[in-house]
Design a protein around this ligand. Structure first.
Ligand code: GSH
Length: 202
């Protein structure tokens, strides 16, 4: 497989973690944002929205990071998707929550504190309230199950990792600490060898 992406990109990191967790051999092709390569025709042929990542596998090409994670796991027979229909449904449910309810407010803090794209105070206040609402629900679930899909680590956990990692130098870190089960989950998954390597902490 060939992955076109950037090592600092949250979406690239989900796919790199899936590749690492499934021991899938791959080539990594750097798309250099500083040179605008993501908007150049060569990359638009791989990812028509001018974003990363993009994947090629034996003549098959695709984009969208979460879809790529599902594809890779199925293609190589990985163990990152539960066997039962209910387990898969639960995994999909929490992946949708990540996309809809958690990542958008977390990214307001990441833009503001990490990427220096200043966000108005009321936007950050609303994001804090949205995260409290979401974290209450995540915390209740993780109080009953060790991972989002249930008893085993899955693609759902992988999808949250990049956003939580980037939120650590922001006020979101202290907010997560108010939710003991969520904090314990983060403490556990953020130390997986695959993630330490992808996040540049290994
Ligand atoms: N839904 C897409 C989002 C991809 C995305 O937002 N990529 C970011 C990096 S994490 C990007 O390429 N940003 C540059 C841009 O949008 O111009 C996916 O999951 O792959």
């Amino acid at each position: 497989m060939k992955l076109y992406g950037h090592p600092m990109s949250t979406c690239t990191r989900k796919v790199l973690t899936t590749l690492a967790e499934t021991n899938t051999p791959h080539d990594f092709v750097l798309v250099d944002f500083a040179k605008g390569e993501h908007k150049a025709p060569a990359h638009l042929a791989h990812q028509p929205f001018g974003q990363v990542p993009a994947l090629e596998d034996d003549g098959f090409a695709m984009f969208e990071s979460r879809a790529m994670c599902r594809y890779i796991n199925e293609k190589v027979g990985g163990n990152l998707v539960p066997d039962s229909i209910q387990g898969r449904a639960r995994m999909e449910q929490w992946m949708s929550v990540e996309t809809s309810n958690v990542t958008p407010p977390i990214m307001k803090f990441v833009y503001h504190h990490i990427f220096k794209r200043e966000q108005p105070a009321d936007v950050l206040e609303t994001a804090t309230k949205s995260l409290d609402a979401a974290f209450t629900i995540l915390d209740a679930h993780l109080g009953k199950h060790p991972y989002f899909a249930g008893e085993t680590f899955s693609l759902a956990d992988i999808c949250y990792l990049p956003y939580f990692e980037y939120s650590m130098p922001t006020p979101v870190k202290a907010q997560i600490a108010n939710y003991p089960h969520l904090a314990a989950w983060w403490g556990k998954v953020s130390e997986r060898p695959s993630w330490l390597k992808v996040a540049g902490r290994a």
